[in-house]
Design a protein around this ligand. Sequence first.
Ligand code: NIG
Ligand code: FE
Length: 407
Amino acid sequence: MSRILYKNLKGAFTGLGFEKKEGRKVSAEDAGFVKGPLHILVDDVSKKILSVSNEDSKADKVVDCTGLVATAGFVDSHTHTLFGGARWNEFFLRWSGADYAEINAAGGGIRKTFSDTRAASDSELKKKFHVDLEAMRSDGVRLLEVKSGYGESIEEEFRILKLIQELKKESAIEIELCSTFLGLHAIPKTTDEKTWTLLAIAALEKIKNENLADFVDSFPEKGFFSLDSAKNFSKAAIALGFKVKFHADEMTHMGASELGAELGAVSVDHLQKISDRALELLSKSSTVATLLPATSFYLGIDYAPARKIVDSGARVALASDYNPGTAPNASLLFTAMLAASQMKLSPAEILCGITYNAAAALAKSKEYGLIKEGYSSKILLWDLSTEDHLEEILLSGTRPIALSTQA
Ligand code: NIG
Ligand code: FE
């Protein structure tokens, strides 16, 4: 066994209060700052934290952390990271009046990424993925969700899911990956909603048997899929034992957040157009409300009513939604800045949103999101110049320091 000691930390945000409150209505104290000198002992084999203590302990290797502050590794719980091509031009097209659904109907949008992804070879897709992954890693992401959904046929969806499966093995040391079958994303030109929905439902069994996805997701939205299609698809997934997610109430209120809470979804994501009834349901359920402020920034649409959602008592996560169209920016720290400046969330709410609650949105809040014995050793170390630690981390654009010895 190889034990590494991160010795003499200036302090650490353990997040223990986030756990106590189930990630609801968290306050500054819940970020659980423990003042140093603090020592974190980790097991480099199991990659777990063995102890967090003001007492020194014996180790095989010691990393001097004098002056550094620790947080849990960040979690990005909603991304579309594996895709071919780019769609930078659409940003400016929208400013000249083109609407997101219209661009897609005309063969741009998701439909363009369908063809760009099909045209890219496996190795091209993987190469680009690794470049993005490196940027995410340097931002502090240690657990990452990746969706399919850019397959123009079910065969293409299988290709993408299998690629994510391979990438899971390649990237497990630095960033652990979770995969999601986004079976209902956009309707390929060659088919119709009913046919595609049936094909996606039929694919679920093989995906389950071959363990190709951890979650199942859909995009009920005007110009994409109806709530009924999303409901049938999600119910079929649940019957097979999948946990489901929804792209919910992003541009139009369709009631997907209500549906998600009723079906016990692991998360409902977006929520710009969430209803009061959905808020009420989410405040009483364990379904995580995942907010994606970068999407609102790039689409120029309203931000989700984050203050209201947090204050209702829902569990709120924040994620990048990284994709080539609506959020062409892989930085979770950029998302955190938007949550601060545009959503007016507090430092503790944001930290909880990119650690503990984001881990909950991936059903992993017993492994990721806290600095606690038994949790992941993929902690972040910060070299800060002020005593306003969380504020500086979230606002300055600073990055966690890279340690070659980091477990
Ligand atoms: O979460 N809304 C649907 N899916 C993505 C966008 C995908 C795309 O435009 O390529 C989203 O915003
Ligand atoms: Fe998305």
